[in-house]
Design a binder for this molecule. Structure first.
Ligand code: DC
Length: 215
């Protein structure tokens, strides 16, 4: 196992940009586990799999799915994953399918393997609680739901996606609720994770706090 910094938090908490910058700063590999759930959701939707499909149907698709994490990049069936996983629709399905044990089991090994060979900054919902409870640094990033919706709104608009502030707020609240109340690996703060509320912090200020703790 390499060194691991684990960061969890709800959508729009700023954990992706902060984790990416932190990884760059430390010379670690950035592991975006949300992107993996999104890639699986994309594959399932490409195969027209419904939200309430049987485990067996999902397992059959996953058996024929290759998801590779290599040099910090994610490859779905041999093709590098890009912005197609960043749509609100795939965001919704990634949250829905991530509640399924068969999906989590499929990704568990891939995520754990990533830490075998590399020093990583891993971000997601269960990095500090399930995947890497013994990580060298554990953080839980959050912000008010309005602030998180505002960030999501700006992000998606920047990518040219048509979304209103109300859509963003509804999306953030729905996903948080589902991700925090599912039976398996729900989003929660680990007892020994450091809580950072970034509502009134810039990205750099948040990063600075994390770096201070790591030191
Ligand atoms: O971080 P994100 O918005 O890209 O994640 C998309 C969804 O994937 C999120 O709503 C819940 C799920 N997810 C998860 O269940 N566990 C993780 N470690 C990361 C993401």
């Amino acid at each position: 196992m390499g060194k691991i910094i684990a960061i969890d938090g709800p959508s729009g908490s700023g954990k992706s940009s902060v984790s990416k910058k932190l990884a760059e700063m430390l010379g670690f590999t950035y592991l975006d586990t949300g992107a993996m759930y999104r890639a699986v959701a994309l594959k399932l939707r490409q195969n027209k799999i419904a939200e309430d499909a049987d485990d067996k149907i999902i397992t059959d698709i996953l058996r024929n799915t290759s998801l590779l994490f290599q040099d910090g990049k994610l490859f779905l069936d041999g093709v590098m994953v890009g912005d197609e996983i960043r749509t609100p629709e795939i965001g919704h399905y990634s949250s829905v399918f991530s509640a399924r044990k068969v999906v989590r089991d499929f990704l568990f090994e891939i995520q754990r393997m990533a830490a075998e060979k590399n020093d990583i900054v891993a971000e997601g919902r269960d990095m500090t609680t399930v995947l890497f409870p013994d990580a060298n640094g554990k953080f839980f990033l959050t912000a008010s739901d309005r602030e998180r919706a505002r960030r999501r709104y700006l992000q998606l608009n920047e990518k040219g996606m048509d979304i209103t502030m109300e859509d963003a707020l509804r999306d953030v609240r729905e996903r948080d609720d589902r991700d925090s109340h599912r039976d398996i690996a729900p989003l929660r703060k680990a007892d020994d994770a450091i809580l950072i509320d970034s509502t009134n912090l810039s990205e750099d200020e948040t990063l600075k706090r994390i770096v201070e703790y790591i030191k």
